[in-house]
Design a protein around this ligand. Structure first.
Ligand SMILES: [Zn+2]
Length: 107
């Protein structure tokens, strides 16, 4: 049937299939053939350069900005982790983060 899109559910992805391949509505990614890795269920970025500056992993938030995710804050996106494997680095929106209180040193 022309113009009808096929929905493919695979490894947690919910993908729309068309001539150019597969597009996941959950992680906003596109493949030419079915992905072999599971869906992170959040928008993903390939690398640091692609990631908006307001989205940072908790470690980077702490180091560079002296901020941390708020207690009930949820990650907004993921980024491919460094090294092998299919681990995702969770990214938090810096605008929702809270400053880290620095303990005063007693002298
Ligand atoms: Zn997906």
């Amino acid at each position: 049937m022309m113009g009808e899109l096929e929905i493919v559910k695979h490894l947690g992805h919910v993908m729309v299939r068309d001539k150019s391949g597969f597009y996941c509505e959950k992680c906003h990614f596109h493949w030419k053939s079915q992905p072999k890795t599971s869906c992170p269920t959040l928008p993903r970025y390939r690398n640091m350069r692609e990631t908006p500056e307001i989205f940072q992993p908790a470690s980077e938030m702490r180091r560079t900005y002296r901020m941390k995710p708020a207690p009930d804050q949820k990650p907004v996106a993921v980024r491919r982790g460094l090294g092998r494997g299919h681990q995702w680095t969770l990214l938090y929106d810096i605008r929702e983060c809270v400053p880290i209180r620095r303990r005063k040193k007693r002298t």
